[in-house]
Design a protein around this ligand. Structure first.
Ligand code: 3HC
Length: 295
């Protein structure tokens, strides 16, 4: 490890769901001491299991040796007590896309993180960073650090400063994302949805509207984009992969910010979320999933 006092050695990841587990894995694979928080023991065990399964897949596919997998696991620790984040250089929040929930986490992190220069980042898909920074006494040290699912596979992060993020915090985070995590960094201004979701969500919503109106069946909509445009997944499969609850939350956030009809969620998306048809993680969305799929 570097002796640079600005270097980030100890990371905390808040939330170990689809995104948090991938972020924790990537941090531990980068040699960082990584502490993972979940709200209760059951959620924590499920999150740990998700990380272990992903590492097992990485070994199966020759991306990691069994010995490296063991080293990665030994760099991970798990807790249900946020107070354990006291010594962290950086916390990355990855809880569900709910503004009030995230604000509560930011307030709590600000109270427990003892290092005066500690950074707090959010993996939010859409919520403006200034709203989260304003919940802390250190808004200059708050940024967006947005990963893409599956996190171990997709090497991009969006880095989002708020209006008050300091230059020092920004440089530390940019260096960390690029040189420690090995990510390709793109930079967005602090607007709902940032770069990727401002472009992706209207496309997914257009596909859902197309399906909802009976214009075409799901498989043909997806085949059109996979076979005709060489996308790795069609839009309905991708919405299932992201999670329809997350897709809806991001659309709501974009619509609240811009009031543009292209961001307005179609009724079918809302009904599916209310029905618990949340996509791949729930076993049912636009498609059905008999068992949890590898990615
Ligand atoms: N660690 C490292 N590598 C892994 C891995 C792991 N745990 N698991 C799989 N991989 C590697 C595989 O070895 C393979 O690498 P290779 O091409 O070098 O052999 C590669 O990942 C692909 O794995 P698979 O062959 O198992 O899977 P597919 O080829 O079917 O691809 C997919 C699956 C990666 C999910 C692909 O379909 C895809 O990229 N889909 C699009 C996903 C996407 O768009 N995500 C972004 C969503 S938006 C978002 O997340 C933002 C949020 O805010 C909404």
């Amino acid at each position: 490890m570097s002796s640079n006092p600005d270097a980030i050695h100890n990371v905390g990841v808040v939330g170990c769901g689809l995104m948090g587990s991938g972020i924790a894995e990537v941090c531990a694979r980068s040699g960082l001491s990584t502490l993972v928080y979940e709200v209760n023991a059951k959620a924590l065990a499920a999150g740990r299991d998700r990380v272990e399964r992903s590492l097992a897949r990485a070994v199966e596919r020759g991306k990691l040796t069994a010995a490296d997998r063991d080293t990665v696991m030994s760099g991970l620790a798990f807790t249900t007590d946020l107070a354990d984040f006291t010594d962290r250089d950086l916390a990355i929040e990855a809880v569900p896309e709910d503004e009030q929930l995230k604000i509560g986490i930011f307030t709590a992190l600000d109270q427990v993180m003892a290092r005066p220069d500690a950074l707090i980042a959010s993996n939010t898909s859409s919520i403006p960073i200034m709203k989260l920074g304003a919940a802390t006494a250190r808004p200059g040290q708050v940024m967006g650090l947005h990963f893409f699912n599956p996190v171990p596979v997709l090497k991009l992060v969006e880095l989002v400063p708020s209006l008050v993020t300091t230059d020092t915090s920004w440089s530390r985070m940019r260096h960390f994302a690029t040189n420690v995590l090995g990510r390709h960094v793109i930079v967005s201004q602090d607007r709902a949805g940032f770069i990727v979701n401002s472009l992706l969500i209207p496309y997914l919503l257009a596909a859902i509207r197309m399906f909802e109106s009976g214009f075409a069946v799901a498989q043909d909509i997806d085949d059109g984009m996979v076979r005709g445009c060489a996308h790795p997944m069609g839009p309905l499969a991708l919405a299932d992969h992201i999670g329809l609850d997350t897709t809806l939350a991001v659309a709501d956030c974009l619509y609240a910010e811009f009031k543009e009809p292209l961001y307005a969620p179609p009724p079918l998306l809302s009904r599916m979320v209310e029905a618990g048809h949340l996509g791949r993680k729930a076993g049912r969305g636009f498609y059905t999933y008999p068992s949890p799929l590898p990615l």
